[in-house]
Design a protein around this ligand. Structure first.
Ligand code: SF4
Ligand code: SF4
Length: 207
């Protein structure tokens, strides 16, 4: 991490290392995130209302307030590799709570899209794999085939018998279908996917 290290203990008598990170000039990465998300990152005043309401914050290395600060300080590379962009549930609680009306979930989504575009290795490789399988099944049938999703995910992660208790419970309650189900408009769903793929192929403006 770039920055200047010093000991806060120089002033307060404690051996606690503090790192001062010098802000970079307006970076290309930040401009890309703003273009993709439509949000102004420097509007964030670090009030932390987003993190206080985030149901996934305890599992994130960069909870939403910290993610915003990282972007402000030019630490986009750290955020690209973070687990936070994959553990975000996209529940939008952060955005609803933000007094500056920043759509924080869209900011995290923009970083996630850029991570995918750059082939960035993730700390949450299993979550990334889960997303891919989920989207493939959705593209195929227009809805999620639970058995296919669970089975494919288990096989792809080398744990064929994982969550077997959950599987038995769902089947016994009639909550899991063995038969793949497709929506009638599956062709339209595939057209939507093709359209989004075309949009993603257009890189966001960095200006
Ligand atoms: S709630 Fe909004 S202003 Fe407050 S820290 Fe989060 S993003 Fe920044
Ligand atoms: S959208 Fe993501 S970051 Fe925001 S509150 Fe929900 S889980 Fe947390």
């Amino acid at each position: 991490m770039r920055g200047l290290s010093f000991y806060a203990g120089d002033w307060v008598g404690e051996k606690m290392e503090t790192q001062i990170v010098m802000p970079k000039p307006y970076s290309g990465f930040l401009a890309q995130v703003e273009a993709l998300s439509g949000q102004k990152i420097y509007r964030c005043n670090q009030c932390a209302k987003c993190t206080a309401g985030c149901p996934a914050a305890q599992d994130m290395d960069f909870p939403p307030r910290r993610a915003m600060r990282a972007l402000q300080l030019g630490l986009g590379a750290e955020l690209l590799r973070s687990s936070a962009i994959w553990t975000c549930l996209y529940c939008r609680t952060c955005s609803v709570r933000c007094p500056m009306e920043i759509d924080v979930d869209r900011v995290l989504e923009a970083v996630r899209l850029l991570a995918v575009a750059q082939g960035q290795p993730s700390l949450e490789a299993r979550v990334v794999g889960f997303h891919r399988i989920f989207l493939r099944l959705l593209r195929w049938g227009g809805r999620i085939y639970d058995l296919g999703l669970g089975g494919w995910f288990n096989l792809s992660t080398g744990r064929p018998w994982a969550n077997m208790g959950l599987f038995v419970a769902l089947v016994s309650k009639g909550r899991m279908s063995f038969r793949p189900l497709k929506v009638k408009a599956s062709r339209e769903v595939r057209a939507i996917f093709a359209r989004v793929k075309g949009m993603e192929a257009t890189p966001p403006s960095a200006s």
